[in-house]
Design a protein around this ligand. Structure first.
Ligand code: PAF
Length: 254
């Protein structure tokens, strides 16, 4: 596996290849690895991007303390047979004078968008940039970030991007908690409290879910009309904000 830092190096390495791309912010867990394995199975060439994207964090959010361990991530990616790890510096993606942004207007408004203004603008912009740099045939996202997947799907459709999106099921720990790089912030007591979130969502009923989240700081529990429809929730446990969702349609990724 080669680790590449610049857009020019990435383009030169790929030539005419149309790889599978797994966009990530690092701190790999089994959720990331399931995306990487799917990409490895589907594509001749696999690129994993590792970039903690500053433009999707709001003021006061966890950009500075977001877990970073590139050496560990590189080791895991290599063990999964990844060909290229694209790990640019922030200035490579957002050079001085950068001023062009992608807004997916309606889908970015509710839920996470209402609580994290500008978040999906940052996500959509960096994903479009990664798609332009890597020119993937397929790109892989997790169903855990259901609204993000919906926003990216809409962008791909609206801007006629020539790639296939694959959205894979959420990977969960034994206690049901969806794997997330932010789980690393939880103390053992907070982790126990957080396990109410998947139990609540498993009811697939917003009122029953809210009752089961009694005692937690709930940002929302709502049915969202994404494709597929989900019951989505966000809670704060101590200083950590967790999101999760359950698919309400049979046969869709869970
Ligand atoms: O889901 C993530 O890790 C990020 O939002 C993404 C898609 C890599 C864009 O920065």
């Amino acid at each position: 596996m080669r680790t590449l830092r610049t857009i020019a190096e990435m383009r030169a390495a790929l030539g005419d290849a149309r790889p599978g791309l797994v966009p990530t912010m690092g701190a790999f867990h089994e959720g990331h690895l399931s995306l990487i394995r799917a990409a490895r199975a589907d594509n001749d060439v696999v690129v994993v991007s590792l970039f903690v994207n500053p433009s999707q964090f709001g003021p006061g959010e966890d950009l500075a303390r977001y877990p970073r361990d590139e050496a560990r991530d590189a080791h895991l990616a290599e063990a999964e047979g990844v060909d290229y790890l694209f790990a640019p510096a922030a200035e490579e993606i957002y050079p001085s004078g950068f001023q062009t942004w992608v807004e997916v207007e309606q889908l970015s408004q509710p839920l996470e968008g209402a609580l994290r203004p500008g978040h999906f603008r940052g996500v959509a912009t960096v994903c479009l940039k990664l798609f332009n740099i890597v020119r993937p045939r397929r790109a892989y996202f997790g169903q855990k970030d259901a609204q993000q997947a919906a926003v990216i799907k809409q962008m791909v459709r609206d801007l006629d991007l020539d790639l296939e999106l694959r959205v894979l099921p959420t990977v969960r720990d034994q206690d049901g908690l969806a794997l997330s790089s932010r789980n690393a912030y939880l103390s053992p007591e907070e982790r126990t409290a957080a396990s109410a979130l998947p139990r609540a969502l498993a009811t697939k009923d917003p009122e029953r879910a809210l009752a089961l989240l009694d005692g937690l700081d709930v940002d929302y529990v709502e049915v969202a009309d994404f494709d597929p429809r989900v019951l989505a929730a966000a809670v704060r446990v101590g200083r950590t904000r967790l999101i999760d969702n359950v698919v309400l349609e049979e046969g869709a990724p869970t």
